[in-house]
Write a protein that binds this ligand. Structure first.
Ligand SMILES: C[S@@+](CC[C@H](N)C(=O)[O-])C[C@H]1O[C@@H](n2cnc3c(N)ncnc32)[C@H](O)[C@@H]1O
Length: 345
Protein backbone atom coordinates (compact mmCIF):
# COMPACT_ATOMS: atom_id res chain seq x y z
CA UNK A 1 0.00 0.00 0.00
CA UNK A 2 1.32 3.38 -0.91
CA UNK A 3 1.42 6.02 1.80
CA UNK A 4 0.16 9.28 0.30
CA UNK A 5 2.73 12.02 0.79
CA UNK A 6 0.64 14.82 -0.66
CA UNK A 7 -2.87 15.91 0.02
CA UNK A 8 -4.04 18.14 -2.81
CA UNK A 9 -6.98 19.42 -0.78
CA UNK A 10 -4.76 20.49 2.12
CA UNK A 11 -2.25 21.99 -0.33
CA UNK A 12 -5.00 24.18 -1.77
CA UNK A 13 -6.29 25.12 1.69
CA UNK A 14 -2.78 26.02 2.81
CA UNK A 15 -2.22 28.09 -0.31
CA UNK A 16 -5.39 30.04 0.51
CA UNK A 17 -4.63 30.29 4.22
CA UNK A 18 -1.11 31.69 3.82
CA UNK A 19 -1.62 34.04 0.86
CA UNK A 20 -2.07 36.93 3.30
CA UNK A 21 1.60 36.74 4.31
CA UNK A 22 2.98 37.64 0.89
CA UNK A 23 0.33 40.31 0.48
CA UNK A 24 1.07 41.91 3.84
CA UNK A 25 4.84 42.00 3.22
CA UNK A 26 4.26 44.02 0.04
CA UNK A 27 1.59 46.23 1.64
CA UNK A 28 3.71 47.01 4.71
CA UNK A 29 6.66 47.98 2.49
CA UNK A 30 4.41 50.32 0.50
CA UNK A 31 2.94 51.81 3.68
CA UNK A 32 6.48 52.48 4.94
CA UNK A 33 7.51 53.91 1.54
CA UNK A 34 10.44 51.52 1.76
CA UNK A 35 11.01 51.19 -1.98
CA UNK A 36 11.95 54.87 -2.22
CA UNK A 37 14.89 54.07 0.07
CA UNK A 38 16.17 51.41 -2.35
CA UNK A 39 16.69 53.53 -5.48
CA UNK A 40 19.99 53.56 -7.37
CA UNK A 41 22.73 51.76 -5.45
CA UNK A 42 20.18 50.90 -2.76
CA UNK A 43 20.69 50.88 1.00
CA UNK A 44 21.71 48.65 3.85
CA UNK A 45 19.05 47.62 6.33
CA UNK A 46 20.56 50.06 8.85
CA UNK A 47 20.41 52.96 6.35
CA UNK A 48 16.84 52.16 5.35
CA UNK A 49 15.84 51.77 9.00
CA UNK A 50 17.40 55.13 9.91
CA UNK A 51 15.51 56.84 7.08
CA UNK A 52 12.23 55.31 8.26
CA UNK A 53 12.90 55.99 11.95
CA UNK A 54 12.66 52.25 12.62
CA UNK A 55 14.88 49.61 14.24
CA UNK A 56 17.32 47.80 11.96
CA UNK A 57 16.40 44.17 12.69
CA UNK A 58 12.69 44.33 11.74
CA UNK A 59 13.55 46.29 8.58
CA UNK A 60 16.16 43.68 7.69
CA UNK A 61 13.63 40.87 8.18
CA UNK A 62 11.16 42.66 5.91
CA UNK A 63 13.83 43.37 3.29
CA UNK A 64 14.94 39.74 3.25
CA UNK A 65 11.34 38.62 2.75
CA UNK A 66 10.96 41.13 -0.11
CA UNK A 67 14.15 39.69 -1.62
CA UNK A 68 12.75 36.18 -1.23
CA UNK A 69 9.66 37.29 -3.17
CA UNK A 70 11.86 38.78 -5.91
CA UNK A 71 10.61 42.31 -5.27
CA UNK A 72 14.06 43.63 -4.29
CA UNK A 73 17.60 42.32 -4.83
CA UNK A 74 20.13 41.71 -2.05
CA UNK A 75 23.86 41.97 -2.78
CA UNK A 76 26.04 41.61 0.28
CA UNK A 77 24.41 43.79 2.90
CA UNK A 78 22.78 46.14 0.36
CA UNK A 79 19.24 45.98 -0.95
CA UNK A 80 18.01 47.68 -4.10
CA UNK A 81 14.91 47.75 -6.27
CA UNK A 82 14.70 45.41 -9.24
CA UNK A 83 14.02 46.97 -12.66
CA UNK A 84 10.88 44.88 -13.25
CA UNK A 85 8.96 46.49 -10.39
CA UNK A 86 10.79 49.72 -9.57
CA UNK A 87 8.74 51.92 -11.95
CA UNK A 88 5.53 50.84 -10.23
CA UNK A 89 6.73 50.96 -6.63
CA UNK A 90 8.40 54.38 -6.36
CA UNK A 91 6.27 57.20 -4.97
CA UNK A 92 6.92 59.19 -8.17
CA UNK A 93 5.39 56.43 -10.32
CA UNK A 94 3.00 57.88 -12.93
CA UNK A 95 0.89 54.74 -12.46
CA UNK A 96 0.07 55.90 -8.88
CA UNK A 97 0.47 52.25 -7.89
CA UNK A 98 1.82 52.86 -4.35
CA UNK A 99 -1.49 54.61 -3.61
CA UNK A 100 -3.31 51.42 -4.62
CA UNK A 101 -1.10 49.35 -2.32
CA UNK A 102 -1.73 51.67 0.64
CA UNK A 103 -5.47 51.62 -0.13
CA UNK A 104 -5.34 47.82 -0.09
CA UNK A 105 -3.46 47.94 3.21
CA UNK A 106 -6.38 49.84 4.71
CA UNK A 107 -8.75 47.18 3.37
CA UNK A 108 -6.48 44.51 4.87
CA UNK A 109 -6.96 45.90 8.38
CA UNK A 110 -10.72 45.56 8.19
CA UNK A 111 -10.58 42.21 6.41
CA UNK A 112 -8.56 40.96 9.40
CA UNK A 113 -11.73 41.32 11.53
CA UNK A 114 -14.22 40.09 8.94
CA UNK A 115 -15.80 37.56 11.28
CA UNK A 116 -16.55 40.35 13.78
CA UNK A 117 -18.29 42.28 11.02
CA UNK A 118 -20.28 39.18 10.10
CA UNK A 119 -21.29 38.77 13.76
CA UNK A 120 -22.45 42.38 13.65
CA UNK A 121 -19.90 43.72 16.13
CA UNK A 122 -18.76 47.27 15.46
CA UNK A 123 -15.05 47.93 14.90
CA UNK A 124 -14.75 51.45 16.30
CA UNK A 125 -10.95 51.34 16.28
CA UNK A 126 -10.77 50.89 12.53
CA UNK A 127 -11.77 53.27 9.77
CA UNK A 128 -14.11 52.26 6.98
CA UNK A 129 -14.55 53.21 3.36
CA UNK A 130 -16.29 56.48 4.23
CA UNK A 131 -13.09 57.66 5.91
CA UNK A 132 -11.49 57.17 2.52
CA UNK A 133 -13.77 60.02 1.45
CA UNK A 134 -13.19 62.33 4.42
CA UNK A 135 -9.61 61.75 5.64
CA UNK A 136 -7.21 63.56 3.26
CA UNK A 137 -4.39 60.97 3.34
CA UNK A 138 -6.75 57.99 2.98
CA UNK A 139 -8.68 59.83 0.26
CA UNK A 140 -5.51 60.52 -1.71
CA UNK A 141 -4.53 56.84 -1.60
CA UNK A 142 -8.10 55.83 -2.55
CA UNK A 143 -8.27 58.11 -5.58
CA UNK A 144 -4.74 57.27 -6.75
CA UNK A 145 -5.76 53.63 -6.29
CA UNK A 146 -8.73 54.14 -8.63
CA UNK A 147 -6.38 55.56 -11.24
CA UNK A 148 -3.88 52.70 -10.81
CA UNK A 149 -6.60 50.04 -11.08
CA UNK A 150 -8.19 51.22 -14.30
CA UNK A 151 -6.30 53.91 -16.21
CA UNK A 152 -4.98 51.31 -18.66
CA UNK A 153 -8.52 50.10 -19.47
CA UNK A 154 -10.31 53.47 -19.44
CA UNK A 155 -9.91 54.08 -23.19
CA UNK A 156 -11.21 50.61 -24.09
CA UNK A 157 -14.27 51.07 -21.83
CA UNK A 158 -15.09 54.48 -23.30
CA UNK A 159 -14.69 53.06 -26.83
CA UNK A 160 -17.72 50.82 -26.13
CA UNK A 161 -20.04 53.76 -25.39
CA UNK A 162 -21.89 55.41 -28.32
CA UNK A 163 -21.17 59.15 -28.22
CA UNK A 164 -23.21 60.48 -31.17
CA UNK A 165 -24.74 63.86 -30.38
CA UNK A 166 -23.20 64.12 -26.91
CA UNK A 167 -22.43 67.75 -26.05
CA UNK A 168 -22.63 67.71 -22.28
CA UNK A 169 -21.23 64.87 -20.24
CA UNK A 170 -20.95 64.34 -16.49
CA UNK A 171 -18.73 61.72 -14.86
CA UNK A 172 -20.45 61.27 -11.49
CA UNK A 173 -18.10 60.04 -8.78
CA UNK A 174 -15.47 60.33 -11.50
CA UNK A 175 -12.59 60.10 -9.01
CA UNK A 176 -9.24 60.86 -10.67
CA UNK A 177 -10.98 61.85 -13.91
CA UNK A 178 -9.27 59.30 -16.15
CA UNK A 179 -12.54 58.18 -17.77
CA UNK A 180 -13.70 61.76 -18.25
CA UNK A 181 -10.38 62.58 -19.95
CA UNK A 182 -11.01 59.74 -22.42
CA UNK A 183 -14.53 61.05 -23.14
CA UNK A 184 -13.20 64.60 -23.55
CA UNK A 185 -10.58 63.45 -26.09
CA UNK A 186 -13.25 61.74 -28.19
CA UNK A 187 -15.63 64.73 -27.89
CA UNK A 188 -13.54 67.85 -28.59
CA UNK A 189 -16.66 70.08 -28.72
CA UNK A 190 -18.32 68.75 -25.56
CA UNK A 191 -18.38 70.20 -22.05
CA UNK A 192 -16.97 67.60 -19.62
CA UNK A 193 -18.04 67.82 -15.94
CA UNK A 194 -16.21 65.94 -13.20
CA UNK A 195 -18.63 65.60 -10.28
CA UNK A 196 -17.33 64.33 -6.96
CA UNK A 197 -16.64 65.23 -3.32
CA UNK A 198 -14.36 68.22 -2.60
CA UNK A 199 -11.36 66.20 -1.33
CA UNK A 200 -11.48 63.89 -4.33
CA UNK A 201 -11.65 66.85 -6.71
CA UNK A 202 -8.40 68.18 -5.19
CA UNK A 203 -6.62 64.90 -5.94
CA UNK A 204 -8.18 64.80 -9.42
CA UNK A 205 -6.87 68.29 -10.19
CA UNK A 206 -3.34 67.08 -9.38
CA UNK A 207 -3.66 63.91 -11.44
CA UNK A 208 -5.25 65.68 -14.42
CA UNK A 209 -2.85 68.64 -14.32
CA UNK A 210 -0.79 68.71 -17.48
CA UNK A 211 -3.15 66.37 -19.36
CA UNK A 212 -4.28 67.58 -22.80
CA UNK A 213 -7.89 68.02 -21.64
CA UNK A 214 -7.35 69.46 -18.14
CA UNK A 215 -8.28 73.02 -19.12
CA UNK A 216 -11.70 71.94 -20.43
CA UNK A 217 -12.79 69.97 -17.36
CA UNK A 218 -15.37 71.62 -15.07
CA UNK A 219 -14.95 70.46 -11.50
CA UNK A 220 -18.24 70.25 -9.59
CA UNK A 221 -18.46 69.45 -5.88
CA UNK A 222 -21.68 67.53 -5.16
CA UNK A 223 -22.26 65.00 -2.38
CA UNK A 224 -24.84 63.28 -4.52
CA UNK A 225 -25.94 60.68 -1.94
CA UNK A 226 -26.69 63.37 0.64
CA UNK A 227 -27.49 66.69 -1.06
CA UNK A 228 -29.67 68.06 -3.86
CA UNK A 229 -27.81 68.89 -7.08
CA UNK A 230 -26.03 72.25 -7.07
CA UNK A 231 -27.52 75.00 -9.23
CA UNK A 232 -26.15 75.89 -12.64
CA UNK A 233 -25.69 72.41 -14.07
CA UNK A 234 -26.87 71.94 -17.67
CA UNK A 235 -29.04 68.99 -18.72
CA UNK A 236 -26.60 66.19 -19.54
CA UNK A 237 -26.64 64.17 -22.76
CA UNK A 238 -24.57 61.51 -21.03
CA UNK A 239 -24.04 60.69 -17.37
CA UNK A 240 -21.32 58.14 -16.64
CA UNK A 241 -21.45 56.44 -13.22
CA UNK A 242 -18.47 54.14 -12.82
CA UNK A 243 -17.78 51.90 -9.83
CA UNK A 244 -19.86 54.03 -7.47
CA UNK A 245 -23.10 52.22 -6.61
CA UNK A 246 -21.44 49.17 -4.98
CA UNK A 247 -20.45 51.28 -1.94
CA UNK A 248 -24.07 52.10 -0.96
CA UNK A 249 -27.29 50.25 -0.23
CA UNK A 250 -30.33 49.74 -2.46
CA UNK A 251 -32.36 52.64 -1.03
CA UNK A 252 -29.57 55.18 -1.47
CA UNK A 253 -28.96 54.08 -5.03
CA UNK A 254 -32.66 54.27 -5.85
CA UNK A 255 -32.66 57.90 -4.64
CA UNK A 256 -29.45 58.62 -6.56
CA UNK A 257 -30.95 57.32 -9.81
CA UNK A 258 -33.97 59.61 -9.34
CA UNK A 259 -31.62 62.58 -8.85
CA UNK A 260 -29.58 61.60 -11.92
CA UNK A 261 -32.66 61.07 -14.11
CA UNK A 262 -33.71 64.65 -13.32
CA UNK A 263 -30.34 65.90 -14.63
CA UNK A 264 -30.44 64.00 -17.95
CA UNK A 265 -31.67 65.73 -21.11
CA UNK A 266 -34.60 64.08 -22.97
CA UNK A 267 -33.10 61.37 -25.18
CA UNK A 268 -29.91 61.39 -23.09
CA UNK A 269 -28.34 58.37 -21.41
CA UNK A 270 -27.05 57.08 -18.11
CA UNK A 271 -24.22 54.56 -18.50
CA UNK A 272 -23.43 52.60 -15.34
CA UNK A 273 -20.07 50.83 -15.21
CA UNK A 274 -19.96 48.25 -12.43
CA UNK A 275 -18.54 45.03 -11.03
CA UNK A 276 -21.87 43.30 -11.51
CA UNK A 277 -22.64 39.82 -10.24
CA UNK A 278 -24.82 37.21 -11.99
CA UNK A 279 -28.24 36.30 -10.59
CA UNK A 280 -26.77 33.41 -8.54
CA UNK A 281 -24.53 36.00 -6.79
CA UNK A 282 -21.47 33.73 -6.99
CA UNK A 283 -20.29 34.39 -10.55
CA UNK A 284 -17.99 35.84 -11.65
CA UNK A 285 -15.82 34.87 -8.66
CA UNK A 286 -14.21 38.33 -8.70
CA UNK A 287 -17.61 39.93 -8.07
CA UNK A 288 -18.45 37.52 -5.23
CA UNK A 289 -15.11 38.34 -3.56
CA UNK A 290 -15.66 42.05 -4.10
CA UNK A 291 -19.00 41.77 -2.26
CA UNK A 292 -16.97 40.63 0.78
CA UNK A 293 -14.78 43.71 0.36
CA UNK A 294 -17.88 45.91 0.51
CA UNK A 295 -19.16 43.95 3.52
CA UNK A 296 -15.86 44.60 5.30
CA UNK A 297 -15.58 48.26 4.28
CA UNK A 298 -19.07 49.75 4.05
CA UNK A 299 -22.35 49.91 5.96
CA UNK A 300 -24.58 48.82 3.08
CA UNK A 301 -22.52 48.29 -0.07
CA UNK A 302 -22.41 45.10 -2.15
CA UNK A 303 -22.12 43.92 -5.72
CA UNK A 304 -25.39 44.26 -7.65
CA UNK A 305 -26.86 42.43 -10.61
CA UNK A 306 -27.46 44.26 -13.88
CA UNK A 307 -31.17 43.64 -13.29
CA UNK A 308 -31.11 45.45 -9.92
CA UNK A 309 -29.37 48.43 -11.51
CA UNK A 310 -31.94 48.50 -14.33
CA UNK A 311 -34.75 48.41 -11.75
CA UNK A 312 -33.42 51.59 -10.11
CA UNK A 313 -33.41 53.14 -13.57
CA UNK A 314 -36.98 52.05 -14.39
CA UNK A 315 -38.20 53.46 -11.08
CA UNK A 316 -36.57 56.78 -12.06
CA UNK A 317 -38.27 56.80 -15.50
CA UNK A 318 -35.27 55.55 -17.50
CA UNK A 319 -35.49 52.76 -20.07
CA UNK A 320 -32.88 49.97 -20.07
CA UNK A 321 -31.26 49.91 -23.50
CA UNK A 322 -28.33 47.49 -23.45
CA UNK A 323 -25.85 45.52 -21.36
CA UNK A 324 -22.22 44.91 -22.36
CA UNK A 325 -20.00 42.70 -20.21
CA UNK A 326 -16.39 43.73 -20.85
CA UNK A 327 -14.62 41.60 -18.22
CA UNK A 328 -15.40 39.88 -14.89
CA UNK A 329 -14.99 43.25 -13.15
CA UNK A 330 -16.61 45.42 -15.75
CA UNK A 331 -20.12 45.61 -17.19
CA UNK A 332 -21.75 48.59 -18.90
CA UNK A 333 -25.48 49.05 -18.34
CA UNK A 334 -27.04 51.71 -20.55
CA UNK A 335 -30.34 53.40 -19.75
CA UNK A 336 -32.07 56.05 -21.82
CA UNK A 337 -34.33 58.91 -20.81
CA UNK A 338 -37.40 58.96 -23.10
CA UNK A 339 -37.81 61.97 -25.38
CA UNK A 340 -35.95 63.68 -28.17
CA UNK A 341 -33.01 66.00 -27.81
CA UNK A 342 -33.96 69.66 -28.40
CA UNK A 343 -31.86 71.96 -30.60
CA UNK A 344 -31.75 74.75 -28.02
CA UNK A 345 -29.60 72.65 -25.71
C1 LIG B 1 -14.66 53.58 -6.38
S1 LIG B 1 -14.44 55.26 -6.80
C2 LIG B 1 -14.69 55.22 -8.57
C3 LIG B 1 -13.94 56.30 -9.29
C4 LIG B 1 -14.11 56.30 -10.81
N1 LIG B 1 -15.49 56.56 -11.19
C5 LIG B 1 -13.64 55.00 -11.38
O1 LIG B 1 -14.43 54.24 -11.93
O2 LIG B 1 -12.44 54.73 -11.30
C6 LIG B 1 -15.92 56.02 -6.18
C7 LIG B 1 -15.95 57.51 -6.40
O3 LIG B 1 -17.22 57.99 -5.96
C8 LIG B 1 -17.00 59.17 -5.22
N2 LIG B 1 -18.12 59.31 -4.27
C9 LIG B 1 -18.47 58.44 -3.29
N3 LIG B 1 -19.53 58.91 -2.61
C10 LIG B 1 -19.84 60.10 -3.17
C11 LIG B 1 -20.84 61.07 -2.89
N4 LIG B 1 -21.71 60.90 -1.88
N5 LIG B 1 -20.89 62.18 -3.67
C12 LIG B 1 -19.99 62.36 -4.67
N6 LIG B 1 -19.02 61.46 -4.99
C13 LIG B 1 -18.94 60.36 -4.23
C14 LIG B 1 -15.65 58.96 -4.56
O4 LIG B 1 -15.05 60.18 -4.14
C15 LIG B 1 -14.89 58.26 -5.66
O5 LIG B 1 -14.28 59.18 -6.53
Amino acid sequence: MQIPTRDAAVDRLEQLATAFMEAKILLAAAELRLFDQLRGAGATAAEAAAALGARTRPVEVLLDALAALGLVAREGDRYRNVPRYEDRLLESSPSHYPGLLRHRNRLFRRWAFLEETIRGRPLPFLDDLRDGLTDPAANENFIRAMYAVSHRHAGAVVDRIPLDGVRTIADLGGGPGHYLAEFARRLPEAEPFLVDLPLTLEVARTILAGSDVAARVRFVAWDFYEEPAPGGLPPFDLVFLSQVVHAEDDAKNRALFAAIAARIAPGGRLVVHERTVEEDRSRPAEAALFAVNMLAMTAGGTTYTAGEIEDWGRAAGLVPERRDRLSPLSELITLRKPGTATVSR
